[in-house]
Design a protein. Sequence first.
Length: 478
Amino acid sequence: MTKTKTKKDKLSDKLFFSLKNCWEGIDTKTEKEIENLASSYKRFLDMGKTERECVDVICDLLEKNGFVNIETFNKTFKPGTKVYKNIRGKSVIAAVIGKKPAVEGCNILGAHLDSPRLDLKQNPLYEDSELALFDTHYYGGIKKYQWTTIPLAMHGVIVNEAGKKITIKIGEEPGDPVFTITDLLPHLAKEQMEKKASVAVEAEDLDILAGSRPYAAKSDSTDVKEVKEKVKLALLALLHEKYGIIERDFAGAEIEFVPAFKASDVGLDRSMIGAYGQDDRCCAWPALQAFLALANAVPEKTLVCYFSDKEEIGSAGNTGARSNNFENFMVLLCGGNEMALRQCFSRSSMLSSDVNAAFDPAYASVFDKKNASYIGKGIALSKYTGSGGKYGASDANAEFCAKVQAILNRNKVQWQFGALGKVDKGGGGTIALYAAHLGMDVLDCGVPILSMHSPFEVISKVDLYTTYRGYLAFLKEA
Ligand code: MN
Ligand code: MN
């Protein structure tokens, strides 16, 4: 009897690399899991709009899952021990000791918690034409014109002279006021509209509208009457009343302005999520979920989850991935032994869990269609990032790429390619090269995203879920 030729027997099906849309053929159970992950993720986005807020949420979850702050941990590490370190409230590293100790190599996920935004300058508050404004310095790579005429919220911390830390969050609760940056009306924008997009709105034009009502003295005191900037005075009086701060306290403060809107489903079919700060929280959240899902049983290898800060400005600074924080934590897992630490690194595997630029049909010309990642087609693997001849790329080795691909294939996790645009059209990087510097195997691997670094980035729910499953499989089997 001859067998009918099934689809699988076709030579092209056997040899070509092809991808399906991950929504195709999905069952009800999986659909529920996708929706559950999307819901918890949207809550995370709304609770964590700054790196500090994300760290608070993550540490809280770690504690609830039995993780102990390594600063207070005074026992010896044994299989199943769960510890974490909170680095200056802006970065976190957590670990579960496996049946094999850290020195034999760890499986690591590394994402970042900072996102592009507008930071206040050191002396930010001024008054012009009886309007009070905050002067900003943008953080990370933004298209400045995208940040005008949207509602903004004020988040951050001020530490006063007495050392008291004051947390500020205005514009998130229902009924809260918001802030905004004005833009020129089209009627008078003839000159502006002829400028290049990079200078149509300049960095020094990103000043935030903060008030317009002059200080009204309760009594007829002459010292207030003589003040020229009464609107500014009124705002300082409000801030002093509510937070006990004075103008010079801004000098060292960390105040970030971020979009005030909440995360939403996008599309009639609700297949996507739109929100601020998804680079890189859309990788941080599934990384944490995968890590926690494995933390309650003793894993084979020691598992580590790293959430860094300052990635958007080159990972420098004492909370960034280029600092010694990661080594300082890992050396404790290696019993304080420097040689064991070096061995641990050389035997470890890491996924640098960061977003990839999803193909956008509106801007097709800058993407390489054959090598780009696509919305709805799974977790994106980027062998290399960098720019202009792979400059600054970590460029994962073939052996490690094959190992990760095999793990994903085995677990039926659909993965796709993830090149950041056509060659010489630009470029970018992640924390992969700093991990590679320590001698470990590392590959960039995460969620494809539309409108990256804009106030409202978009991802697919099915990619978020596929990424979660990919991270889970990696932690288990790498
Ligand atoms: Mn990123
Ligand atoms: Mn980024």
